[in-house]
Design a protein around this ligand. Structure first.
Ligand SMILES: *Cc1c(COP(=O)(O)O)cnc(C)c1O
Length: 423
């Protein structure tokens, strides 16, 4: 057999040990994948998906059969009453923003219970300093937050106190994924217990930023007590095939409000030409459980490999997974750069480019990124980001298939080892 890639003896030995260590966790991931794949397949069958669903509509897009059927498939797969999945959501932030504006009205308060939300959500709320862009704050919608505890857990007493103290809270907001922090991500069950605590003292809508969490567990937050979830199609639920878009799923009443915000009052979900995107959205959603499983295996392998090399992975190899993100503390900026260059060189697209740290707008320090993806910015494809500052961690995620992503991880390991042997 031909060796398409050559790795040093050291990396080969480390890789073998890492894969042995990862094996029991791979088995668990594959069990979840099988369950989730059957869940999605059965939703396709119940909803009688056929070739006509892949047809394109133009103009108003009235009665787009595929668009309507895909909404039903997504709702059923996420154990929700209803859903909206559209290529016309520009990104995750646009989708989450649509849901927030869909539910909240002037005088209401949004209560975030997982601390400060993901960076791009802050200007939507109006807490990033911008004025006059039409944020929630510009429309007289207030914002409050309850921080996570020191261990990164939900503060159930703090949440109930905040709700009792303020009857204007209309929406309680959870972020499931760690984003680019080192806190643990939340499980659907933890969110469910908190939703129950919320419902005891308030009738506020429980909304979850579900980005990076879809199909990681066998239940979604909509099945454990959330009223609304939303996420991006260039992450897990697009299966690496959807070219762009987002989804919102949850209670019928709130999905309808989101639909009026997604287009306009009066028209809601009745309009929106699919322009031939239905097939890729169907195919991507169908593949999503499997692709998410491959991304999880890639994350566990990377954790095991870098643990062998003496670095500390978060989550650890044996920690349960709540999203597809793997953080690795690499101790210094040079290792971060070496890691990202290795990942890039093992990517199917743009393998020949050299990532450089740059002054990314909105960041107080330089950031380096690696991404060699078929879809620009896709983070269900193997990718990595690292701000060049303490704790010198790289956040990596994705991998459309484990066998290919493994090469990227091994190249990253090789680069880091090479750099260390030079010093
Ligand atoms: C990706 C992500 C978003 C949305 O980001 P976009 O770049 O707009 O798709 C929001 N929250 C979290 C936790 C995310 O990971």
């Amino acid at each position: 057999m031909k060796h398409f890639f050559t790795f040093s003896e050291t990396v080969q030995q480390l890789a073998e040990k890492a894969e042995t260590r990862a094996k029991p966790y791979f088995e668990q991931i594959e069990k979840n994948t099988e369950y989730n794949q059957q869940k999605v397949l059965s939703a396709f069958i119940h909803n009688r998906i056929d070739e006509a669903c892949f047809g394109a509509t133009t103009g108003y897009g009235y009665s787009d059969r595929g668009r309507e059927a895909l909404d039903k498939v997504v709702a059923e797969s996420f154990g929700a009453e209803d859903a909206l999945i559209r290529h016309s959501f520009s990104c995750g932030t646009h989708t989450l923003g649509t849901a927030l504006f869909g539910v909240l009205r002037p005088g209401d308060t949004m209560l975030s219970v997982t601390g400060r939300p993901y960076d791009t959500i802050c200007p939507v709320i109006g807490i990033a300093g911008e004025k006059g862009q039409g944020s929630l704050a510009d429309f007289g919608i207030h914002y409050k937050q309850v921080d996570l505890t020191g261990e990164g857990k939900l503060d159930l007493d703090g949440i109930q106190d905040a709700l009792r103290a303020d009857p204007t809270v209309r929406l309680v907001y959870f972020q499931r994924s760690r984003g680019y922090t080192l806190r643990p991500s939340l499980s659907a069950e933890e969110i469910g217990r908190a939703a129950e605590a919320v419902k005891k003292v308030s009738d506020a809508v429980v909304m979850v930023d579900n980005c990076y969490g879809e199909f990681v567990q066998t239940v979604e937050p909509t099945e454990t007590g959330a009223d609304l979830i939303a996420g991006s199609l260039i992450k897990n639920p697009g299966g690496g095939i959807a070219p762009c878009g987002g989804y919102i799923a949850g209670k019928k009443e709130w999905i309808e409000q989101c639909a009026y915000r997604m287009t306009v009052p009066g028209l809601g979900r009745e309009v929106g030409a699919s322009l031939g995107n239905n097939r890729e959205l169907f195919m991507g959603f169908f593949n999503a459980p499997h692709v998410t499983g491959e991304a999880l295996k890639t994350a566990v392998f990377a954790a095991a490999l870098f643990e062998q090399m003496g670095f500390s992975p978060t989550p650890a190899v044996d920690e349960p997974r709540r999203d597809i993100i793997q953080a690795l503390r690499l101790q210094n900026p040079e290792n971060l750069i070496a890691f990202c260059r290795g990942i890039q060189s093992g990517s199917p697209v743009d393998s020949f480019v050299t990532p450089e740290p740059w002054d990314m707008p909105g960041y107080p320090c330089q950031v380096i990124m690696a991404a060699g993806a078929f879809t620009m910015g896709s983070s269900i494809e193997l990718s990595a980001d690292a701000p060049l500052r303490e704790p010198y961690a790289v956040w990596m995620q994705g991998g459309l298939n484990y066998h290919s992503a493994k090469v990227g991880i091994l190249r990253a390991a090789e680069e880091v080892l090479k750099r260390q042997s030079r010093t």
